[in-house]
Design a protein around this ligand. Sequence first.
Ligand SMILES: [Zn+2]
Length: 490
Amino acid sequence: MRAFTLLALPLVAYALPAIPFGTHLVARDDKVFYLVDNECREKPEQYDKLIAALREAETIVKTVVKEWWDDGQHRDAADAYLGIQEDVDIKNDKDAKIAYANLNRVAHLYGTTPAIGNYVHFHCKDHWHRCVGDEHDKGRPVVASTKNNEVTMCDRFWLETTTEKKYDTYKDLDEDSINMKGLQSVDVRVVVHELMHTDMIAEDRKHIEDRLYQGSRVYGSEVIYEWIHEYKARTADVINNADSYALFVMAVYWKGKFGYLPKPSRDAVLNDKKECNGQTREYFSRDPHYGHIDGFCNDAVNKYEPGNSGKHEKRYYEGLPEEVKWNMQWQASGHEDAQTVLDKCISVFKDLIDGCDTNDHLRKHGGGFTWASNGKQEYQFTIAPVRERPTRSRTPGKCDVYYKFLYDEFFLRGGGFAGYDYGQDQLLPKLRSCGVVSEWKFTYFDELADDDDAEWEAYGRLPIGSQQWGCVRDAMQGAGHEGSLKCGGH
Ligand SMILES: [Zn+2]
């Protein structure tokens, strides 16, 4: 322990290279930014492990910066852990530029001329009780902790394995058994994580934190991936989270080792996901919309190009009660061929229409479907009603028939049916069973009528006859009016 005897306080030694503390830093103009406290030397294997992890972190981050930023590779890994989507023009993207600047700082931490007293100081004793953790750690052991430029390595850190040993354990497994959850716990990842927290990395940019998601720190491949891709965290938040960088860097590293990007989780995180809409006042009738599935999907797939993002959107029955918005979107990461996408589109929309509200033929709510092909690519389909419509508990329906000597005339009001066809498909044919219909007039309202929630009114004349009151009522009910109805008038 030569250093102890030679040096005045504080007892520290420079890690890269190991030189004694003192005025030498400035005088020699050493390009040293890491300082590993002498207390770490008390157990040589600890000191060596930390130094090795620091060197490796620098090497790996340098490679990652070059391949990602300079060569444009690893967009999949940046999408997975930094939330920078694959089709983003990174050189002109604010978030990507910040992420690059932060990583580049780690890559060049060693080798930059330091200002006086400006360095990252690694401690191996918990001087400030930072290894205890807080409520956001949820009982997980603290591996290391950083404040300003002071990094405390907790006891748990020394149990972290090296990339070399980790690779030995995994190298003979097949792709299905390899994932970031298993690969992520290595000492280098901890070092990159803690370095991201230091003031020296962020410089004048926003200090990088451990962000919170569902009450816990956003740590680890599974949580980060879910936070980005399911919770849809903003990229500005993702690049403000230390472990996002650590996982991005390690993902690229393991991709280089295995030749593919390991999936984030033991089980594929992304599954197909279907969500039915449930708003009682927003619905559409099955049959007219079901008939549009093939047309919509064919139009969408005509626009679709594998590897390019895009969307197809269409409103059917615009301005009418049955107005429904259809949408299909695909991301640049999607590489399914057009035929596969067409088949999927058709089956998804059939399911979104018939697989939601399964015991209700008239009132369908639609919904959304996310197709996760290959566990990471996304295609989205949605079908959603646009207009507010009458509820069952207040079904609008009015039926008045008047005897006019030469003819009977009828006034009808309704809603929840005949929402797109001006009565042509059902109501009018059914009324014709009462006789020849003349002076037929059918009008949609712009919105639900204030007094009775009606969506439309209709007028027409029929031949005279005492049976017409009952016949017109039957026609309304046959066309879709729900609940009881009695025709008034005289
Ligand atoms: Zn942290």
